[in-house]
Design a protein around this ligand. Sequence first.
Ligand SMILES: Cc1cc2nc3c(=O)[nH]c(=O)nc-3n(C[C@H](O)[C@H](O)[C@H](O)COP(=O)(O)O)c2cc1C
Length: 161
Amino acid sequence: MPFFEEAGSPMFVPPQNEMALAWRRKVAEFDGYTFVTAEYNHSMPAVLKNALDYAYAEFVRKPVTFVAYGGVGGARAVEQLRLVVAELQMTSLKQTVHIGSTEFIGMLMQGKSFADFPYLDETATTMLDHLTWWANALKAGRDREAAEPFDHQKALASAGA
Ligand SMILES: Cc1cc2nc3c(=O)[nH]c(=O)nc-3n(C[C@H](O)[C@H](O)[C@H](O)COP(=O)(O)O)c2cc1C
């Protein structure tokens, strides 16, 4: 994915770049997402942020959760990603998987495997169960709205705004 260089935010201006368009088409196919992320200087990798900047409508009103790895399980990158996905109008889930240095070094250098860290499997199963719930719930909401579009003016008026 090239570094973002488009006329404006994809919220308003569809990207021209072919690779970005292919990425958007792929992203649009799904009702929920698991972002796998490392941590760079206590934040998300720039390439992940760049990819997110290239899409918009495809993510709106869909759930996202995270599998992160790093010194503290990539927790700081995940917390920063939550701020980004709020602008994409996504629901970010509480349930996430964090692979810390004990697990990472254990598997990379000490001959250990996932079986030595059963809580990773357990948290992944819990995470996916919740992701499925939210994917179904938000899909039903999007389908309902497609059948009967949300009337923003009416909602504002009834809220007294
Ligand atoms: C510039 C830079 C900053 C990094 N900052 C962090 C960090 O803040 N926390 C952390 O846990 N790991 C940090 N790392 C380690 C990376 O997360 C680690 O190398 C990881 O495996 C990179 O994943 P990737 O190769 O899939 O991008 C940093 C690495 C680089 C190159």
